[in-house]
Design a protein around this ligand. Structure first.
Ligand code: GDP
Length: 444
């Protein structure tokens, strides 16, 4: 039998009100013991909460929900108490004394999932909504909580079942009443489904970028001004600025916002040949981070005569020729040629001029908004979804090619269905569920 759990649902510390929630079969008994009786279900009631010795803990608003009409689907209750740490501690102690157990992170939502109140993708939407810092993250999380991915998955599932039925019919009755072209009739169904999954996969990248932040790397030779630019954009001294080359050795990531979207701006070790092992590792990490980033800013010291060699750049990246307040160095022209070869726009500026930094900020904002804004909200939003979609897609593509071997094709369609079912957690091993729910906070 399931046990009864409790946890504070509001953040620790002082607040006007703190909420402690309960879920499980002993909830009613616990509420009656603390509040001197059960209030009407779903109606707020003001009660004095008392511990087992009869001492008052606090006056509280008590809410009692009978399952299955509750968040978890079980009997649930909420105590809204004054948000002082001693009040909350006293209430938690009294609940433990009644034999109830403190909930694990995400356990309320896990119970909701297990009782069919929401699917796994919606549960992830709950976690994302709690984590949401930007409006874009909030919109996306709400969309997911609304069941967008589950609805898409139901559509995909119907198409799979249709295709599978055709394959199986052809396998079971090879030359009898089933028309010989039955497998060929499955082809357009599979092709449509493949197009649908490809579409979802295109958007999942955007979903991940909105959730986790758009990754922007500052990369270039030591002393070009990367740390100065990072600090100027961040509006604080996040990175150390010195005239000594090779100072930044690890990656400094600063969370920022551009156009209402979360971004991660990273200062990386200056790219140069070095015999210093630690610095060499820094350079390796810098290249790796920049390679995976969504946008690179190649920073060039515009006052230097040292040769400027471009790192690997992509067409929407930016090149900044820095130190425009100083006389131009001999290599500036060469850097511009290199940037142009990658199709990258170059901005000449001084990291020490606030007007120039505002122009750079504007250029970054345009790029972030162009990449992340879309008329359509992504339905799939995280790595877990991306991997399962990719697996299903691969299976279906193979099924399409294997049409001559109907049994193998049918098996691939079946396995594609399994991958898709795992998106909503319809079938999923415990460890996957453990991983998803352990990322939640306690009380959710
Ligand atoms: P990093 O190694 O690329 O991170 O470069 P830093 O940001 O540490 O800057 C190296 C040196 O160049 C420091 O002494 C900065 O003050 C200086 N610097 C950075 N940007 C400018 C600029 O636009 N103009 C001038 N005159 N100096 C700059």
């Amino acid at each position: 039998m399931t046990d009864t759990i409790f946890a504070p649902a509001t953040a620790a510390g002082r607040s006007a009100v703190a909420v402690v929630r309960l879920s499980g079969p002993a909830t009613g008994r616990a509420v009656a013991a603390l509040a001197g009786g059960l209030p009407q279900p779903r109606m707020a009631a003001l009660r004095t909460l008392r511990d087992q010795a009869g001492a008052a803990i606090d006056q509280a608003l008590v809410l009692w929900f009978t399952g299955p009409k509750s968040y978890t689907g079980e009997d649930c209750a909420e105590f809204h108490v004054h948000g002082g740490p001693a009040v909350v501690a006293g209430l938690l102690e009294a609940l433990a004394a009644l034999g109830l157990r403190l909930a694990d992170p995400g356990e309320f939502t896990r119970r909701a999932f297990e009782n069919g109140k929401l699917d796994l993708a919606q549960a992830e939407g709950v976690a994302d909504l709690i984590e949401a810092e930007t409006e874009a993250q909030r919109r996306q999380a709400l969309h997911q909580l609304g069941g967008a991915l589950g609805h898409a998955q139901t559509r995909w599932r119907d198409a799979l079942i249709e295709a599978l039925a055709m394959f199986e019919a052809a396998v079971d009755f090879p030359d009898e009443e089933v028309p010989s072209d039955v497998a060929a009739r499955a082809r357009p169904v599979l092709a449509d489904l493949i197009a649908d999954l490809e579409h979802a996969l295109v958007h999942v990248k955007r979903g991940e970028q909105v959730r986790e932040g758009f990754r922007i790397a500052l990369i270039g030779a030591p002393n070009a001004g990367k740390s100065t630019i990072l600090n100027a954009l961040a509006g604080r001294e996040a990175a150390i600025v010195t005239a000594t080359p090779g100072t930044t050795r690890d990656i400094i990531e600063v969370p920022m916002r551009f156009g209402g979207y979360k971004a991660l701006l990273a200062d990386t070790a200056g790219l140069r040949e070095t015999h210093d092992e630690i610095e060499a590792e820094g350079v390796r990490r810098a290249r790796a981070w920049a390679g995976d980033a969504d946008l690179r800013i190649w920073v060039v010291d515009g006052a230097s005569d040292a040769p400027a060699t471009a790192p690997d750049l992509h067409p929407h990246d930016l090149c900044v020729i820095n130190k425009a307040d100083l006389p131009s160095g001999a290599e500036t022209g060469h850097a511009l040629v290199e940037a142009r070869a990658f199709g990258v726009e170059a901005l000449r500026l001084s990291a020490k001029s606030s007007g120039d930094i505002a122009a750079l900020e504007h250029a970054l904002e345009t790029r972030v908004v162009d990449a992340l804004a879309g008329a359509e909200l992504p339905t799939a939003t995280r790595l877990r979804h991306r991997e399962l979609l990719a697996e299903a897609l691969e299976r279906l593509q193979r099924a399409l090619v294997l049409e001559d071997d109907l049994e193998l094709a049918a098996e691939d369609v079946r396995l594609a269905g399994r991958a898709l079912d795992r998106i909503t957690g319809r079938i999923d091993p415990e460890d996957v569920l453990d991983r998803v729910f352990s990322s939640f906070c306690i009380g959710k």
